[in-house]
Ligand binder design. Structure first.
Ligand SMILES: NC(=O)c1ccc[n+]([C@@H]2O[C@H](COP(=O)([O-])OP(=O)(O)OC[C@H]3O[C@@H](n4cnc5c(N)ncnc54)[C@H](O)[C@@H]3O)[C@@H](O)[C@H]2O)c1
Length: 338
């Protein structure tokens, strides 16, 4: 298994492998609650339960998908912890995609002012992005991730073979985040296909995120780079209810156009970027959906984005592949550039 150590205030390891053979997680004398969703439970819950020893393991199955990343699910999990008499010594295990990971992290950070939690991501998106870095959240009042905390996991265990059961739509969503990293890091993903994602790819992207998170754990500056494509992406997500990473990819497509106007990029640079953003054919596949969101709809959502401060918003723009910059621009000019 590959291993990375994330040196945030609370340090932790990320283990990345293509199976969990031989893995034993020792939680001697503790209780553990494995939280997973209705799709992941029949596939992996039993297998994962067997990894823990020396502890009393319970399970909790929540609804699958973004619509369950809400206050009700949050309180349901808290209630389970209370019913099971969990104390500060005990631990939560998030087995699932970004939805399970974000909500479990939020529960873990607030129950008794903080208990341990382990991330076991099962989607590509959660392996390369959401399971590392300690952003926890639930959606509230129709706003994505409105309520949340920064709370680093105790450890992250990534088993790339879990991707074998992921459908193409969710793989494409993860690819959206992989392409985001390619824009930020400038790494070559031209040989990447939906079938050859391996632990080395996951390692390199998590390692990049690790460096950013270590410099800016609480998202005060540099970490904003990881929001590339997210401001417009979240607007699409809210309007069209498409998977997160697919919307991020569409957000990056807009960012390329905005960057061209903002920096006066050459046609050659823009065409290189467009090739990258279109490299998996995902945008084409969803184009008929994207057309349903008007500029007015998008702008209305962008105005209420958490990243907006007064009449300004931090936008991550692109000077080139591998060269992103954070620019503070007014909402009015963003509306004009859209
Ligand atoms: N915390 C962060 O830093 C961060 C970063 C990026 C995204 N996010 C959040 O992550 C969420 C999206 O995560 P996601 O894309 O993983 O979505 P998800 O958790 O909804 O999972 C997508 C779907 O795949 C199913 N699934 C999961 N693993 C599976 C597997 N191995 N086999 C078969 N089916 C499987 C799930 O049941 C679900 O239906 C969003 O809420 C987003 O805001 C958080």
């Amino acid at each position: 298994m590959l291993r990375l150590n994330v040196k945030t205030q609370n340090k932790y390891d990320v283990y990345i492998g293509c199976d969990f053979d031989g893995l034993k997680i020792d939680l001697l004398g503790k209780k553990a609650l494995i939280v997973t969703d209705t799709n992941v439970a029949p596939l992996y819950l039993q297998k994962v339960q067997g990894l823990f020893f020396g502890c009393f393991v319970s399970t909790k199955i929540i609804g699958a998908g973004e619509s369950f990343k809400n206050f009700q699910t949050y309180t349901d999990i808290l209630k389970s912890l209370c019913d099971l008499n969990f104390t500060k010594n005990d631990a939560i295990v998030a087995l699932g995609g970004g939805v399970v990971g974000d909500i479990c992290g939020f529960v873990a950070s607030t129950y008794m002012r903080g208990i341990c939690y382990y991330q076991m991501p099962t989607t590509l998106l959660s392996m390369v992005d959401s399971s590392v870095g300690g952003k926890t959240a639930i959606d509230f009042c129709g706003v994505k991730n409105l309520v949340g905390t920064f709370y680093q996991p105790t450890a992250v265990y990534i088993n790339v073979s879990f991707l074998k059961t992921l459908d193409k739509l969710q793989l494409s969503s993860g690819i959206g985040e992989v392409v985001k990293y390619a824009f930020l890091m400038g790494n070559d993903i031209s040989n990447l296909t939906l079938d050859n994602i391996d632990e080395n790819l996951i390692y390199s992207l998590v390692n990049y995120k690790r460096q950013i998170v270590e410099c800016d754990e609480h998202d005060n500056g540099l970490r904003h780079l990881l929001n590339l494509g997210h401001t417009i992406g979240h607007a699409y997500e809210a309007i069209l209810n498409l998977p997160h990473g697919v919307c991020v990819l569409k957000g990056i497509d807009h960012v390329i156009d905005i960057s061209q106007k903002f920096y006066g990029l050459s046609d050659l640079t823009v065409s290189k970027m467009k090739n990258l953003v279109n490299s998996f054919g995902i945008l084409n596949q969803f184009n008929h959906h994207f057309l349903k969101a008007s500029k007015t709809d998008l702008f209305d959502k962008i105005k209420v984005d958490k990243k907006a401060q007064g009449d300004k918003i931090d936008m991550v723009l692109l000077c080139d592949i591998g060269n992103a910059k954070i620019e503070k621009i007014t909402l009015k000019s963003l509306g004009e550039l859209l």
